[in-house]
Design a protein around this ligand. Structure first.
Ligand SMILES: Nc1ncnc2c1ncn2[C@@H]1O[C@H](COP(=O)(O)OP(=O)(O)O)[C@@H](O)[C@H]1O
Ligand SMILES: [Mg+2]
Length: 237
């Protein structure tokens, strides 16, 4: 028998107060992959991510993580199983120091290993330099590094990354891609990225899905997801 997918959704419906946003989403991610779900503003990308974390309950469909049906499990139980979440807008704790923000991330990983500050400092040296600084004083790009590092403190097997390009200078977008790809290559963490930024998508993803109005309408292979012309077609109106 082949290994179960890291993440598999079937017929996922989800939304807010009876208003369905996701309209039957089927997708699969295998171990070690970096997969993007791309689509314009408002198509349901963040709703998908929140449903996968457990912050939103689906009204129909199933979510399997590492072969286990987790559809009914709360967010903390999914985090303990190795799901790391980097929300849109980052949501670092501005009044806490960089170090304290990272400490918050330790909780999810306690069953899979000791906190590894050396690992995150190797990937993000600035966070070591700024360890005692309040997170709210960091630049947008530095806060994004902190949010990713905070998730990595939990030793995730799957990282859910919601629009990391938002509010980031174009010159920093390449750095984020490089960091995430290095984390993926060196720790084996799989990544589900949802994005609408062309540069970030083509520089980070290995494969993708296109979302429109809460549905997956196309799958993109490696050649297509790394082609600016192909990806642009799906992001322009
Ligand atoms: N908290 C919320 N309450 C009600 N509707 C929401 C909420 N968040 C998002 N929506 C609606 O759900 C739809 C999809 O939003 P979202 O998942 O944030 O899209 P995306 O991340 O692709 O921009 C939009 O129509 C949006 O207005
Ligand atoms: Mg969003």
């Amino acid at each position: 028998m082949s290994e179960p997918a890291l993440l598999q959704t079937e017929g996922l419906f989800s939304g807010y107060g009876g208003e369905q946003v996701l309209q039957g989403v089927d997708l699969t991610i295998d171990a070690g992959e970096i997969v993007a779900v791309i689509g314009r503003n408002g198509v349901g990308k963040s709703t998908l991510i929140r449903t996968l974390t457990g912050l939103l309950a689906p009204s129909a469909g199933t979510i399997r993580l590492f072969g286990e049906d987790v559809t009914g499990l709360p967010a903390n139980q999914r985090a303990l199983r190795g799901v790391g979440y980097i929300p849109q807008g980052r949501e670092v704790f501005p009044e806490l120091t960089v170090r304290e923000n990272l400490m918050v991330g330790e909780v999810a990983g306690r069953t899979r290993g000791a906190p590894d500050y050396d690992m995150v400092h190797r990937f993000f040296p600035i966070l070591k330099e700024r360890a005692r600084q309040r997170a709210g004083t960091l630049s947008g790009g530095q806060q994004q590094q902190l949010a990713i590092a905070r998730a990595m403190m939990g030793h995730p097997r799957l990282m859910l990354l919601d629009e990391p390009s938002e509010g980031i200078q174009p010159s920093i977008i390449k750095d984020i891609s490089r960091n995430v790809r290095a984390l993926n290559a060196q720790t084996g963490v799989a990544v589900l990225l949802v994005e609408q930024n062309l540069d970030l998508i083509v520089s980070m993803a290995q494969r993708g899905y296109v979302m429109e109005k809460g549905r997956i309408v196309a799958s993109l292979d490696q050649r297509e997801i790394t082609s600016r012309d192909e990806v642009r077609r799906y992001l322009t109106i």
